[in-house]
Ligand binder design. Structure first.
Ligand SMILES: Cc1cc2nc3c(=O)[nH]c(=O)nc-3n(C[C@H](O)[C@H](O)[C@H](O)COP(=O)(O)OP(=O)(O)OC[C@H]3O[C@@H](n4cnc5c(N)ncnc54)[C@H](O)[C@@H]3O)c2cc1C
Length: 446
């Protein structure tokens, strides 16, 4: 079977196991030499790819839904193979929301934990691990272990952000958030230069949610953009406005890209035109309210949009650096190198606690995610950017990566890599949990 993740690069020919029940899992784990878990394949690169075996846990359910919510302590117990979409479908109508919302709802809970995802509220709410009280994990011996921030804590922190390399996440207990309404009160600020965009993003980073779209294709006003900030509206605000916004219920999109497009679709002219259109459309937006889909998941409007990049695929390059000046320097290199990003999202992260063996991506500082079509010379330029990020003590996000070199990764993540490998050696001494990413980054060294 031919499998790739969201960036369509790389692809592997492999065996995929989907039908395994809980009873089959332990014998699969003990009898196979190497494999990796895969959720919904929304990591961009090679984190959930393995050339021998890929394991999908969507059939492993402790009840029909694979989840149960306890209103008295706001805790959700959920199987890892469930999709975030299903969690939202089940509980959002009751104003109970998953504590961290990434840019797509089409991920699995296992994938969310293994990437320790962040959202537009990182500066207030941190990453997903902050909201997890317990994970049931099947380790390489086939045994189930319960890990929490207090019990088996090293394994807990190595699992959150550990890209599936410590064991199979079977289920987790997650503290949910309550909202007063199902719509967001939003503020849209259009900024005509990079400096203004950064200043406005910092100024609005006291809102519950804040992230900015950045135009990296404009020649004269390179780095202009739009800040989107907001919070869930109060019940009183919604009452005042009438129920017109409440009717925008959480629905799934029916639009889809039917096949792979020609790789020529995105070129300098079309990327510039697309970005300009987006900029001017937002200049005209006046609506103070947004639906959850419009605010958090605009990219989910079109299914399979990754096909727009053609068969060769694309890379999402996301880095974080602590210093504003280094961030601006990298944006400048992108301009000089004429790298045309179809999408750019700027987020200023808040503090991120350090834990033994934890490979989570965020750190306090400036982060940007950019989509680049794979072209000749792209990887060389990204290698150069990696070096600047590493020199600045920053990180490149593993969930988006497909090409970083092992030594650069080591420089970025420093002693957390040694700690992670120590935990892995203890619970997976034969390195059964293995992916193309773990081999490339030498995270399979015992
Ligand atoms: C459009 C888009 C927007 C995104 N926005 C954000 C964002 O805002 N913030 C953010 O943090 N991320 C974001 N991401 C990245 C995404 O949240 C992560 O890559 C996430 O891991 C994808 O989950 P998945 O189920 O699709 O995982 P997969 O790609 O299937 O797997 C990802 C990793 O999880 C591991 N894994 C999956 N299931 C299990 C399991 N049961 N046990 C152990 N390991 C498991 C895999 O081995 C792999 O290492 C975005 C991705 C896309 C496509």
């Amino acid at each position: 079977m031919h499998i790739a993740n969201w960036g369509n690069f790389p692809t592997v020919e492999t065996q995929s196991y989907k039908q395994l029940s809980m009873a089959d899992l332990s014998s699969f784990v003990t009898s196979n030499k190497e494999f990796i878990a895969r959720g919904n394949g929304r990591s961009y690169g090679d984190a959930s790819l393995n050339k021998s075996n890929i394991l999908n846990l969507s059939k492993v359910r402790f009840n029909q839904k694979g989840m149960v919510y306890n209103a008295s302590d706001s805790e959700l117990i959920v199987n890892s193979g469930c999709a975030l979409t299903d969690v939202l479908n089940n509980y959002f109508p009751e104003h109970v929301i998953f504590p961290v919302l990434p840019g797509t709802k089409k991920i699995s809970i296992g994938g969310a934990i293994a990437a320790d995802i962040h959202g537009k509220d990182h500066h207030i709410n941190g990453t997903l691990s902050k909201h997890i009280s317990c994970i049931d994990l099947m380790t390489a011996s086939g045994e189930m272990i319960t890990v929490t921030p207090e019990k088996n804590s090293e394994l807990f922190w190595a699992t959150c952000g550990g890209q599936g390399l410590t064991g199979l996440i079977i289920s987790a207990t997650i503290k949910m958030l309550k909202t007063e309404s199902s719509v967001l009160r939003q503020r849209i600020t259009v900024c005509e230069s990079l400096d203004k965009l950064i200043a406005a993003t910092l100024e609005q980073n006291n809102s519950q949610y804040c992230a900015s779209w950045i135009d990296l294709s404009a020649t004269r006003s390179h780095g202009r953009g739009v800040v989107f900030s907001g919070r869930f509206a109060s019940a009183a605000e919604v009452m005042e406005q009438g129920n017109q916004f409440l009717e925008k219920k959480y629905t799934n999109s029916r639009l889809s890209v039917p096949c792979y497009c020609t790789s020529k679709l995105f070129n300098q002219t079309t990327v510039k035109a697309f970005n300009s259109l987006y900029y001017y459309l937002n200049k005209r937006k006046k609506n103070p309210f947004a639906s959850i889909n419009g605010f958090f998941f605009p990219l989910d409007t079109v299914n399979k949009w990754n096909r727009l990049y053609g068969h060769k695929g694309f890379v999402q390059y996301q880095f974080v650096v602590p210093q504003k000046e280094v961030f601006k320097k990298i944006i400048n290199v992108i301009k000089q190198e004429k790298l045309y990003s179809t999408l750019g999202v700027l987020k200023v992260f808040g503090e991120q606690p350090k834990h033994y063996g934890n490979l989570s991506f965020p750190m306090e500082g400036y982060s940007i995610a950019m989509d680049f079509k794979i072209t000749h010379g792209l990887f060389k330029t990204l290698d150069y950017l990696d070096e600047i990020v590493a020199d600045a003590g920053g990180h490149v996000y593993l969930a988006k990566d497909s090409r970083m070199k092992a030594n650069t990764f080591r420089r970025m993540y420093g002693k957390s890599v040694d700690e992670f490998l120590e935990v892995k050696a203890k619970y997976d001494p034969e390195c059964k949990f293995n992916s193309l990413l773990s081999k490339r980054l030498k995270l399979n060294v015992v």
